[in-house]
Design a protein around this ligand. Structure first.
Ligand code: FAD
Length: 540
C-alpha cells in the first residue's frame, strides 16, 4: 500500500474527482489502481474564495515498488496496528493499579486489560451517569459536589467537553491511531479516523466511557468508584531505592501493588500535595491564566470561510490565535469550542474556573475559546513545587467573589474591558455560562500583566478575525486550568524519577494536554507497566 499526501481538490468536488486526482498524481492508468481509501481529510481555508479539501490517501496499486522509486513524494503506508509489548503469562495473579479513570487512565487500563493483567482502577468520582447529575447540579442549581464534577469521575476532565480528538504530539508508534480505534470500537463515529480535526461532543463521550468500562470489566479489570487515593505506600531498599508498595484510600483501606499508574489529571491538588509530602520528585510547571471569550459563531464562520460560511462539509469554523505582547507575555487562544457553551469547571468550594464544551452538532449560537496568558513559576509569588496551585487558587477565589459568591461567573464586554471600565450590563452576545454571570470588572480577577497583554492581543486578533474585538463580545472568567501546575518527573521506563513502580502519566503529571495525548500517554505507560510486571525489556 502507498500513502499519497497533499491531494488537493476544491470544496464540494464531485466524488469521482478524488479517484481521478489520485490517478493523475500517480500517473497510472485506472486498471493499475486496485483500490484506495481516505486516510485523512482536512481543509485549507487560507484563500477564502478557493477553499480546498486536502486528502491523504492509501492506495493499492500494481508495481508499488516502481512507483515508489519514481516519485519521492510517495511513501509506503506504515503499519499502524497496536502491538502490546507484553502479555500476562497463564495463571499470572499480580494486578497493577491505575489511579484515575480519565482518558489516560482508561487507555492504560484498557491496554493492560488487553495484555491480560486485570488492572484495578481507582477513581475518586462516580460512574458517568451519576457524575452527569452532579455536574449539572452545579450548572443548574449552583450546587458543587467536590468529588464528582467536571473534573472528577468516570471519563475524567474531558467528558463534558468539545471532545476534540487531535494533537500535535510526536507519535512514532502510532498510539494516537490506536486510541481513536478504541474510541470507535466504543461507539465514536468512524469519521474520527479520517478527519484531520475530529471531535465528538459530550453526549457521545458519556456513552463511550461506559462501553470502555464494559470492555475492561469483560477482560477481568475492576473499577472502584468514590475511592480517593489519599496516601502512597513507599518502601525503601537497603541501598535507599524507593519502591511503591501500594496506596491508601480515603476510607483507610490499603491496597498493595508494585506497579501504580498515576493518572490523576490537573485538578488533583490534594493528591499533588500528598505526593510531595511523600517525597515523590516533582516541580512547578509553567501555567496560563485568562478568560473564556464568546462571539457569534456566524462571525467566526464568515471570517474563516467567507462565502463558504455555513458549508456542511466545513462545519463550524474554529481558530487558533497567538500574540506576543510588548510586556513580553505570550497571549494565545486555547481549547476553542465552535458552536458550544462556556461551562463551570470548578472542583473546589469557593473557587471558580471556566472551560468550554459542545455537542457533536456544534450548533449553539456562540463560539468560545480561552484567551490566556503564559506564566512561569517566577510569577507564582511563592517557591516550591506546589506554588502554581496557590496561584491558581488565589485567582479562582477572586473570580468566585467577583461573580457574587453564588457560582455565577464575572463577565465583561470586550468593549468595556478594552476601555478600562467595569461592565454593568451585557450586550448582544449572550453569555452561555450556567448558572449565570454577573457583569463585572475582570481586571479584579487577573494579574495586571495579564490584563495588559490581553488588552493588546484582542485588537491584534481582530486583524486576523474581523470583529474579534467587537464591543459586545463577552469574556467570562477565570480560566486557570489549561494544564497541570506540576510536572511529576519520569525517568527510565516511564517510572517516577525517584520512586520505582510509580508511573506518573497524562495531563496531571505534565505529559499530556488534551484527550488524545492523554490517551496516548496511557498506552505508553501501559507498555512500561506490562514490561515491569513480566520482566520483559521495554523496547526503545
Ligand atoms: P483527567 O481526565 O483529569 O482524569 C483524572 C481522573 O483522576 C479523574 O477522573 C479524577 O476523578 C481522578 N482522580 C484524581 N485524583 C484522584 C485520587 N486522589 N484518587 C482517585 N482518583 C483520582 N481536551 C481535548 O483534547 N479536547 C477537548 O475538547 C477538551 N475539552 C475540555 C473541556 C473541559 C470542560 C475540560 C475540563 C477539559 C477539556 N479538555 C479537552 C482537556 C482534557 O479533558 C484533558 O486533557 C484530559 O481529560 C486529561 O486526561 P487525564 O486522564 O490525564 O486526566
Amino acid at each position: 500500500m502507498l500513502r499519497v499526501t497533499e491531494l488537493r481538490l476544491p470544496l464540494d468536488h464531485p466524488e469521482p474527482a478524488l479517484k481521478q486526482a489520485l490517478l493523475a498524481r500517480l500517473g497510472i492508468a485506472p486498471a493499475r489502481l486496485r483500490g484506495f481509501s481516505v486516510f485523512r481529510r482536512g481543509h485549507d481555508a487560507r484563500k477564502k474564495h478557493a477553499i480546498q479539501l486536502v486528502y491523504t490517501i492509501d492506495a493499492e496499486v500494481e508495481d508499488e515498488a516502481g512507483l515508489l522509486a519514481r516519485d519521492p513524494r510517495l511513501s509506503p503506508t506504515p503499519d499502524m496496528r497496536w502491538q502490546p509489548v507484553a502479555s500476562a503469562p497463564p495463571g499470572f495473579t499480580e494486578r497493577p493499579l491505575v489511579i484515575g479513570a480519565g482518558p489516560c487512565g482508561l487507555m492504560a487500563a484498557l491496554a493492560l486489560a488487553r495484555m491480560g493483567f486485570r488492572p484495578i482502577i481507582l477513581d475518586r468520582g462516580k460512574v458517568v451517569r451519576e457524575r452527569t447529575k452532579d455536574t449539572w447540579a452545579l450548572w443548574r442549581k449552583g450546587v458543587l459536589t467536590p468529588e464528582s464534577n467536571v473534573q472528577f469521575g468516570e471519563g475524567g476532565a474531558g467528558t463534558f467537553s468539545d471532545g476534540k480528538l487531535y494533537s500535535q504530539i510526536k507519535d512514532r508508534l502510532h498510539h494516537g491511531r490506536h486510541v481513536l480505534e478504541e474510541f470507535v470500537a466504543a461507539g465514536a463515529p468512524e469519521e474520527i479516523l479520517t478527519l484531520s480535526k475530529p471531535h465528538i461532543g459530550t453526549f457521545r463521550l458519556v456513552h463511550m466511557v461506559e462501553q470502555i468500562r464494559a470492555t475492561i470489566e469483560g477482560l477481568g479489570g475492576e473499577y472502584r468508584w468514590s475511592t480517593r487515593v489519599t496516601d502512597l505506600l513507599v518502601e525503601q531498599d537497603d541501598d535507599g531505592t524507593r519502591r511503591v508498595a501500594g496506596v491508601e484510600t480515603a476510607d483507610g483501606e490499603r491496597i498493595a501493588a508494585r506497579h501504580v499508574v498515576l493518572a490523576v489529571g490537573h485538578s488533583a491538588r490534594d493528591t499533588f500535595a500528598m505526593l510531595h509530602a511523600r517525597g515523590v520528585a516533582m516541580e512547578a510547571k509553567p501555567l496560563s491564566i485568562g478568560v473564556r471569550i464568546e462571539h457569534p459563531q456566524g462571525l467566526i464562520d464568515r471570517a474563516r470561510f467567507g462565502p463558504f460560511a455555513g458549508n456542511k462539509t466545513l462545519g463550524a469554523a474554529d481558530y487558533k490565535l497567538v500574540h506576543h505582547a510588548s510586556n513580553g507575555r505570550g497571549v494565545y487562544s486555547f481549547c476553542m469550542c465552535p458552536g458550544g457553551t462556556v461551562v463551570a469547571a470548578a472542583s473546589e468550594p469557593g473557587r471558580l474556573v471556566t472551560n468550554g464544551m459542545s455537542q457533536y452538532s456544534r450548533n449553539e449560537r456562540n463560539a468560545n475559546s480561552a484567551i490566556v496568558v503564559g506564566l512561569t513559576p517566577a510569577d507564582f509569588g511563592a517557591e516550591g513545587p506546589l506554588a502554581g496551585i496557590g496561584f491558581q487558587r488565589h485567582w479562582e477565589e477572586r473570580a468566585f467573589v467577583e461573580g457574587g459568591s453564588d457560582w455565577r461567573a464575572p463577565a465583561q464586554r470586550v468593549g468595556d474591558f478594552l476601555a478600562g471600565r467595569p461592565s454593568t450590563t451585557l450586550g448582544d452576545v449572550l453569555p452561555s455560562y450556567r448558572p449565570g454571570v454577573r457583569p463585572a470588572d475582570l481586571t479584579r480577577c487577573l494579574p495586571d500583566y495579564a490584563v495588559a497583554a490581553m488588552r493588546e492581543a484582542l485588537p491584534a486578533f481582530a486583524q486576523d478575525i474581523a470583529g474579534f474585538a467587537m464591543e459586545d463580545a463577552v469574556m467570562t472568567g477565570v480560566e486557570t486550568r489549561t494544564s497541570s501546575p506540576v510536572r511529576i518527573g519520569r525517568g527510565v521506563g516511564f517510572a517516577s524519577l525517584n520512586t520505582h513502580g510509580l508511573y506518573p502519566a497524562g495531563e496531571g503529571a505534565g505529559y499530556a494536554g488534551g484527550i488524545l495525548s492523554a490517551g496516548v500517554d496511557g498506552l505508553r505507560v501501559a507498555d512500561a507497566v506490562g514490561c515491569g510486571l513480566t520482566g520483559f525489556e521495554l523496547p526503545a
